[in-house]
Design a protein around this ligand. Structure first.
Ligand SMILES: NC(=O)c1ccc[n+]([C@@H]2O[C@H](COP(=O)([O-])OP(=O)(O)OC[C@H]3O[C@@H](n4cnc5c(N)ncnc54)[C@H](O)[C@@H]3O)[C@@H](O)[C@H]2O)c1
Length: 254
C-alpha cells in the first residue's frame, strides 16, 4: 500500500525538476495526479513517464499567475478524481540580480509566479478542501526564503512571502483539518539551478567550487527533494503544520 494510495494530488511546475520527480514518486506511492505547467510538451512527457510506470496522471496546461487557469486546474482535479487531497504548489522561477539593477517587470514576474501563484493555488485549493473537510498543502519555498544569499533579493523576498503565507494558512485552517507546510530546498540540480550556475559562471566540475558552501559538498537531487515533499504530503507528517522544512545539505545551519 503506497503512502498516497488513491489520493488525488495536484502538482504545479510538474514539467521539470522537483515537480516532475515528485509527480513520479507520488504516482509510485499510489496517487492520482493532475499535472500543471506552462510547458506543454514537457508536462505531457511527465504524464507519459508516469503512465509507462503504471501510474495515473493527466496534464493540464496552466499558468499559475492566471486566476481562471488556477480555478480550472483545481476543478479539473475534482472532476477527474472526486476530491483534492493534496495540493503541491511548486511552480517557480529564479532571478539573480542585484536590487538596483532589477526592473519592475522582472520584479512583477518573479512575485507573480512565486508568490501570487501560491496565493491563487491556495485560494482555490482551500475552497475545495473546506468543502471536503480535509486537505494537505505543500508549498515550495526555498532556503533562500530563510537566509539571504547573494544577488537574489526579489527571489528571496518571494520565497520568504511563501513561507509566511503558508504559516498563516496553518494557523487559519488547521482547525478545518487542513495542514500547510513548506518545502525549502537549497541547491538541487534542476534546469533552474543550471541557470543559477551559469549566472555564477561556475560550469564544471560543479562539486568543486559551487558546492563549497554546502556542508554535504554536493547539490541535492530532484528525487531527494521529492522524498521530502512526499513526507509533507502524506500521513507520515500528520502532526506537522506550518513548518518550513529545509533540505539543503546543511547550508542554512551555518
Ligand atoms: N532547484 C533548486 O535548487 C531550488 C532551490 C530552492 C527552491 N526551488 C524551488 O523549487 C521549485 C521547482 O523548481 P525546480 O528547481 O524544479 O525548477 P525547474 O525550472 O526545473 O521547474 C520549475 C517548473 O515551474 C514551471 N513554471 C514556471 N512558471 C510557471 C507558471 N507561471 N505557471 C505554471 N508553471 C510554471 C516551469 O515551466 C518548470 O516546469 C520552484 O518553486 C523553485 O523556486 C528550487
Amino acid at each position: 500500500m503506497g503512502r498516497l494510495e488513491n489520493k488525488s494530488v495536484l502538482i504545479t511546475g510538474a514539467a521539470s525538476g522537483i515537480g516532475r520527480a515528485a509527480a513520479r514518486l507520488f504516482a509510485k506511492e499510489g496517487a492520482k495526479l493532475l499535472l500543471a505547467d506552462i510547458q506543454e510538451k514537457a508536462g505531457r512527457e511527465t504524464a507519459k513517464m508516469i503512465g509507462r510506470d503504471g501510474g495515473k496522471a493527466v496534464f493540464q496546461l496552466s499558468d499559475v499567475t492566471k486566476e481562471d487557469n488556477v480555478r480550472k486546474m483545481v476543478e479539473k482535479t475534482v472532476d477527474l478524481y472526486g476530491s483534492l487531497d493534496v495540493l503541491f504548489n511548486n511552480a517557480g522561477v529564479e532571478l539573480l540580480k542585484p536590487l538596483h539593477e532589477t526592473s519592475e517587470a522582472e520584479y512583477d514576474r518573479v512575485i507573480n509566479i512565486n508568490l501570487r501563484g501560491v496565493f491563487l493555488g491556495c485560494k482555490y485549493g482551500i475552497r475545495q478542501m473546506l468543502k471536503q473537510g480535509r486537505g494537505i498543502i505543500v508549498n515550495t519555498a526555498s532556503a533562500g526564503g530563510i537566509i539571504a544569499s547573494t544577488d537574489a533579493p526579489v527571489y528571496s523576498a518571494s520565497k520568504g512571502g511563501v513561507i509566511m503565507l503558508t504559516k498563516t494558512l496553518a494557523v487559519d485552517y488547521g482547525n478545518y483539518n487542513i495542514r500547510a507546510n513548506c518545502l525549502c530546498p537549497g541547491f538541487v540540480r534542476t534546469a533552474m539551478n543550471d541557470r543559477f550556475l551559469e549566472h555564477y559562471e561556475v560550469v564544471d566540475p560543479i562539486q568543486n567550487r559551487f558546492c563549497d558552501c554546502v556542508p554535504i559538498k554536493r547539490p541535492g537531487t530532484p528525487e531527494e527533494a521529492a522524498r521530502v515533499a512526499l513526507f509533507l504530503a502524506c500521513e507520515d507528517s500528520s502532526y506537522v503544520n506550518g513548518t518550513a522544512l529545509v533540505m539543503d545539505g546543511g547550508i542554512a545551519a551555518g
